[in-house]
Design a protein around this ligand. Structure first.
Ligand code: FA5
Length: 414
């Protein structure tokens, strides 16, 4: 229990009783009123007066108790030694050296001591604070040195490493796979044919036997160019390249036509308004569906690996007759989805590749080729969807956003 120096004044035998004065607040000097000073002067002359308050023992003030001071120092030194980071040390400093620390409290108590007790208590507390301060400084220096050393290791720059001045990009997998297919067909003697993306409506539709009322011409599928009667569209498929080639060249024709096409589809998981197709056309004497099957098999094996089986199903395209959809055997379950099914092919064992068929006699005739002399076959597919299947790409967004990190995953070869 704290005792202020005035506590002893209660023992004075003063002629006037002014009541027991309240102990002063720490650090606050009480200014005695004149009447009090006069009373003290009179009391000083009185014979029964007690001596001055010189026997005050600071041990009685618990905060200044040597044991308590030593305990506070030991706790501080332990916390400082235990600090393994500068943040830990900061917390230890606040706790053991801050305003509310035991030693700061003891230091404040000194101010309230009588002069004779101040020196000893001051020395004790001062030394204690000095030890804590020194320990803090030493640990601070150690931890800063450790931090600096760690930073030097972690942020070390190897100046001997050769500098890559411009980061490597990667060709987009659409481009890579198109090139690969084109190369393979060129290797078999086929030629590359190209056409414009801004195409004549007649070449995109009419010459391919897509009449004026064909649903593909409707606004939801085709980007028409202003003015409406311009006769121009953004090509909706690579098939007009067939027409251009047949109009320009005499058979035999063996062409592969890769390129960008446009449809008024919203971008979602499986659609994009701008995508890529690749298309093959052969026109020669005596071509049959057997040749078509052979070309499709070659195509599929280039894209999905040797031995990949294919099948065809009856379908309809105005520019081929008969027409087929081509499927290839699922590369994930190899045609046997088992009782648990297969996420890649949906459990059917087959994956749809694209359309195909024998070139419609009307189309040959529109291009000035005699269908009684020549026959032809064609097939085409969307590259994005084929790649998504091939590589398990979950969404079309990844295919079209052009993020180089996506392209880099495919490296230089797909
Ligand atoms: C055609 O475009 C035909 N010209 C293909 C053809 C060529 C048939 C030669 C016969 C002979 P289709 O409309 O089904 O067909 O489109 C072909 C492929 O394009 C589809 O299988 C699909 O993979 C892809 N495709 C269609 N719309 C989109 C789209 N919005 N986003 C991404 N891919 C698409």
């Amino acid at each position: 229990m704290r005792q202020g120096p005035d506590a002893s004044s209660a023992r004075c035998t003063a002629p006037l009783d002014w009541g027991t004065p309240r102990p002063p607040l720490p650090g606050v000097r009480r200014v005695e009123p004149d009447v009090t000073r006069a009373a003290r002067a009179r009391a000083a002359n009185a014979e029964e007066m007690s001596g001055p308050n010189t026997n005050y023992d600071p041990v009685e003030v618990s905060a200044l108790d040597p044991e308590q001071v030593e305990t506070a120092v030991e706790e501080a030194l332990a916390a400082i030694a235990a600090a393994t980071s500068l943040d830990d040390l900061k917390a230890a400093r606040i706790e053991h050296q801050g305003e509310k620390s035991a030693l700061a409290l003891a230091n404040r108590e000194i101010g309230a001591l009588p002069p004779s007790a101040k020196a000893e208590a001051g020395k004790r507390v001062g030394q204690a604070r000095g030890r804590v301060g020194a320990a803090l400084s030493a640990r601070q220096a150690e931890l800063e040195a450790e931090r600096d050393e760690r930073i030097l290791v972690e942020e070390r720059v190897d100046v001997t490493v050769p500098v890559v001045r411009s980061p490597f990009g990667a060709r987009h997998p659409i481009e890579l796979v198109s090139q690969r297919l084109v190369d393979a067909f060129v290797g078999m003697g086929w030629e590359v044919a190209e056409g414009p993306e801004l195409e004549a409506e007649w070449l995109n539709f009419d010459a391919l036997n897509l009449g004026p009322d064909h649903p593909a011409r409707q606004m939801q599928d085709t980007f028409f160019l202003d003015p409406v009667d311009s006769g121009l569209v953004l090509r909706t498929h690579t098939s007009p390249v067939q027409i251009r080639t047949m109009l320009e060249r005499e058979p035999p024709i063996y062409i592969v036509a890769p390129g960008k096409v446009y449809r008024t589809d919203d971008l979602d998981a499986t659609h994009t308004p701008v995508f890529h197709q690749i298309e093959c056309l052969a026109v020669d004497k005596g071509l049959t569906m057997a040749h078509l099957r052979g070309a499709i098999d070659a195509f599929v094996q280039i894209m999905f690996g040797e031995g990949t089986q294919t099948r065809v199903r009856a379908s309809y395209f105005p520019f081929t007759e008969p027409s087929m959809e081509t499927d290839f055997v699922c590369f994930a379950c190899h045609g046997d989805p088992g009782p648990d099914g297969c996420r890649t092919c949906g459990g059917s064992g087959w994956i749809e590749l694209g359309g195909s068929g024998m070139v419609n006699r009307k189309v040959l005739r529109a291009c000035g080729i005699d269908p009684d002399v020549y026959s032809g076959f064609a097939f085409g597919l969307g590259i994005e969807r084929a790649l998504m299947l091939r590589h398990g790409v979950q969404g079309m967004h990844d295919m079209v956003e052009g993020d180089v990190r996506f392209s880099r995953q495919f490296g230089r070869e797909v």
